[in-house]
Design a binder for this molecule. Structure first.
Ligand SMILES: Cc1cc2nc3c(=O)[nH]c(=O)nc-3n(C[C@H](O)[C@H](O)[C@H](O)COP(=O)(O)O)c2cc1C
Length: 220
């Protein structure tokens, strides 16, 4: 790999963020571009090589409005409680940014031109093994999709608040009880392109070596 390709991959990995405020609500997202990104996302790891992931693209305005209503039914109270909590704890800038942009998205969700719903053809089992295999077989693909969209100027946000009313969304979308909605990605071209890397704890602080809580030796 060349230095340039490493640099550009690192750039996309560090600056692909949840896009909420900067979604361009006026511009359609071409379906062929989304399908191209889904082809890329399908290359992500899947347990047992079983292709049980599906995607539902929602463009119909009435359906988007209905999904936004389902999202807000739980989401509004949840996020407003989150805002109060952030205020009571001194308005930490990152927490404030996340809660305020989440509320912004909630208010405009019905206007976002495309909603992408990743779907599994089965339901999760109960053991940790079942869960690890199940979620681990779908989340890498969703993240690949977000990266592929991002590299084409299209932003998305991983959301799940509508799943508090999973049944209502399933009925609206005609989904059988045997399948599972994984998330809802409001998707649109983004405006501007100055995404900053998210602030996260350094690797040295969150990584252990050979045994729980043993620090990784520092290399010279
Ligand atoms: C599993 C999962 C569920 C999430 N659900 C929502 C949601 O329903 N609504 C929302 O606005 N953000 C949601 N988020 C985004 C997070 O609240 C948070 O903004 C994000 O992880 C911060 O990333 P950023 O630094 O890219 O902004 C979700 C993220 C994940 C990983």
């Amino acid at each position: 790999m060349t230095d340039t390709s490493i640099e550009s991959l690192d750039y996309f990995l560090t600056t692909t963020k949840q896009v909420r405020r900067r979604l361009d609500l006026t511009r359609q997202v071409p379906t062929n571009v989304v399908l191209e990104c889904i082809d890329l996302a399908s290359r992500a790891p899947i347990g047992g090589n079983l292709e049980r992931n599906r995607w539902l693209l929602v463009e119909n305005a009435d359906t988007r409005q209905a999904l936004a209503d389902i999202y807000a039914r739980f989401g509004r109270g949840y996020l407003e409680a989150g805002r109060e909590q952030v205020e009571s704890m001194g308005n930490d800038p990152t927490a404030t940014r996340v809660v305020e942009s989440s509320l912004h998205l909630l208010e405009h969700l019905h206007e976002v031109p495309l909603m992408i719903i990743p779907i599994r053809l089965d339901r999760p089992g109960t053991s940790i093994f079942d869960h690890a295999t199940y979620w681990g077989s779908v989340t890498p693909g969703v993240w690949s999709l977000q990266l592929a969209l991002r590299s084409r100027g299209i932003g998305s946000a991983w959301t799940t608040l509508h799943l508090q009313h999973e049944q209502d969304a399933a009925e609206l979308l005609g989904l059988p009880a045997s399948v599972t909605q994984i998330a809802l990605l409001p998707t649109a071209y983004f405006t501007g392109n100055n995404f900053h890397p998210a602030r996260r704890k350094p690797a040295q602080e969150i990584t252990y070596y050979n045994r729980w809580k043993e620090p990784v030796p520092k290399t010279p």
